[in-house]
Design a protein. Structure first.
Length: 150
């Protein structure tokens, strides 16, 4: 093997390795962002259920934490980050076959969480209604685009 051939083999191997590493990083980042959503949703749900006193400021902050997720989240689904390539993901193959629908659902998360943040400033009743819309979108997105592992 010539020096150039060895170089091409090494560079190719590094590129493949970097792609695998990126795929793992994307899945890890997606999970971390969803933990943020989960934590904020849990706090809001406790307020809505009366398990914690309603605090409009805390509710608004929780919703704005969710609203900050979609812009980054939607960029973390390149080819090679599906279940075939990374068994750690719960992302349904439907994400890649219906990327426009998935992008719409993720954009709706931002819209709903921003609306819920505004509603939190208007009081508990307004927040409950807006939070209900957000939760409905979350459930729909999970039903369509997530495969829950046991």
């Amino acid at each position: 093997m010539t020096g150039i051939s060895k170089f091409v083999v090494v560079v190719s191997a590094l590129a493949i390795g970097a792609g695998v590493a990126f795929a793992g990083d994307a899945v890890k980042e997606r999970k971390e962002l969803m933990k943020t959503v989960g934590k904020s949703t849990k706090l809001a749900a406790q307020m809505v259920k009366g398990q914690q006193p309603f605090d409009g400021g805390k509710a608004a902050d929780a919703m704005m934490a969710i609203a900050a997720v979609p812009d980054k989240y939607i960029t973390l689904f390149p080819e090679g980050t599906d279940m075939k390539s990374n068994p750690d993901t719960e992302a349904s193959p439907k994400i890649w076959s219906d990327m426009d629908g998935f992008k719409k659902a993720v954009a709706q998360l931002k819209t709903d969480s921003t609306a819920a943040a505004e509603a939190a400033k208007q009081g508990e009743g307004a927040f409950k209604a807006a939070f209900g819309a957000l939760v409905k979108n979350c459930k729909s997105c999970h039903q369509d685009y997530r495969i829950k592992k046991q």
